[in-house]
Ligand binder design. Structure first.
Ligand SMILES: [Zn+2]
Length: 73
């Protein structure tokens, strides 16, 4: 959906991009990867405005590396 700009569930092309955020106390769409909010990986959401299906993407390669380091088994 991020790449195709079309909803895979209903084929609608009204895709809303909701940017990830990392605010105080972990508010916003993010994944905590370190001891503080300043190291949180931001997660961008893509939402179909027709059926409500949503996808989430971590946009930064650095963040992906940090998540992998913390969560991969
Ligand atoms: Zn849809």
């Amino acid at each position: 959906m991020k790449n195709s700009r079309v909803c895979p569930k209903c084929q609608n092309d009204e895709i809303v991009r909701i940017p990830g955020e990392a605010r105080a106390f972990g508010a916003g769409n993010n994944i905590l990867v370190g001891g503080t909010i300043f190291s949180a990986a931001k997660v961008t959401r893509y939402l179909c405005a027709s059926c409500g299906f949503s996808e989430e993407w971590v946009g930064s390669a650095d963040d992906l590396a940090s998540i992998k380091k913390k969560y991969a088994t």
